[in-house]
Ligand binder design. Structure first.
Ligand SMILES: NC(=O)c1ccc[n+]([C@@H]2O[C@H](COP(=O)([O-])OP(=O)(O)OC[C@H]3O[C@@H](n4cnc5c(N)ncnc54)[C@H](OP(=O)(O)O)[C@@H]3O)[C@@H](O)[C@H]2O)c1
Length: 248
């Protein structure tokens, strides 16, 4: 049976790099996006151009019906899903906790936490050997922010990633005897558009002195860790959280 991966937020950034690498390793790939339709189509075209198979599916992971539809389309178009990368994530403008309103905190938690839970739920329903599924692997994209706390920038985002670490540990134990491994990567200072969303496009440049390796990371360097965790080479690894942060 072929391997089928759903990668959320795969139109750009770390998700796009992960989709491309997964396709090159033989996965059929569902490239989920929320608003970046054009770049998601480009990822699909690049995969097809290299001889792989992929489909782009619009879905907001924070919306339950969207997530259910995403998994249905992926299964119909590509076959039974065997891998999920919970990559979609947002942060908002840098500010202190005392200035945050409830709407902002909810937006961050809806996408980063509720979205990851909903996608994990749908994946487990389809993968669990207890339910007749083929088994599989889930990788959650957390953040070094879960360890650092991101003071004066986005403690809400950091806290949402702390929740992802706990989801990883708890779910990994829940489904360990059902053929599903659940792990996470915790990237730090990777060169993508996410820093512009926080209002500081040059953030990696400013902060790279704090990275022992002395530079920001590339999305592809996170993708390789994700693909290892998804692969059979990681067959005895579950509940693990790998820091991909240049030693920071
Ligand atoms: N870059 C870093 O330094 C860094 C560090 C640690 C952790 N991370 C984590 O890595 C992951 C990817 O981030 P990135 O750096 O690649 O950021 P990015 O370039 O800003 O990409 C974010 C991706 O998430 C998608 N997305 C956001 N909200 C969504 C929703 N509700 N439903 C579906 N997709 C949604 C976006 O899709 P659309 O464009 O279609 O809206 C986009 O593809 C995130 O979870 C982030 O927290 C990044």
């Amino acid at each position: 049976m072929g391997r089928v991966a759903i990668i959320t937020g795969a139109g750009r950034g770390i998700g796009a790099a992960t989709a491309m690498l997964a396709a090159s390793r033989g996965y059929k790939v569902c490239v989920n996006y929320r608003s970046s339709a054009e770049s998601a189509r480009e990822v699909v075209a690049a995969i097809a151009g290299a001889g792989g198979k992929a489909v782009a599916v619009a879905a907001d992971v924070a919306v339950e019906e969207d997530v259910v539809r995403l998994f249905e389309i992926a299964a119909r178009e590509l076959g039974p899903v065997t891998a999920l990368v919970n990559n979609a994530g947002i942060l908002e403008r840098q500010m202190r906790v005392e200035d945050m309103d409830a709407a902002r905190i909810r937006r961050v938690f809806d996408t980063n936490v509720v979205g990851s839970f909903l996608c994990a739920r749908e994946a487990v329903k389809r993968m669990s050997t207890k339910r007749g599924g083929p088994g599989g692997a889930i990788v959650n994209v957390s953040s070094g922010a879960a360890r650092w706390g991101s003071p004066d920038e986005y403690v809400d985002y950091a806290a949402s990633k702390g929740a992802i670490d706990t989801l990883t540990v708890g779910l990994s134990k829940e489904v360990a005897r059902e053929g599903i491994r659940v792990n996470a990567v915790r990237p730090g200072l990777v060169i993508t558009d996410i820093h512009a969303a926080g209002g500081e496009p040059g953030r990696v440049e400013r902060m790279k002195v704090s990275v022992p390796l002395g530079r920001g990371g590339m999305p592809e360097e996170v993708a390789t860790a994700i693909l290892w965790l998804l692969s059979d080479e990681a067959s005895f690894t579950t509940g693990a959280i790998i820091d991909v942060s240049g030693g920071r």
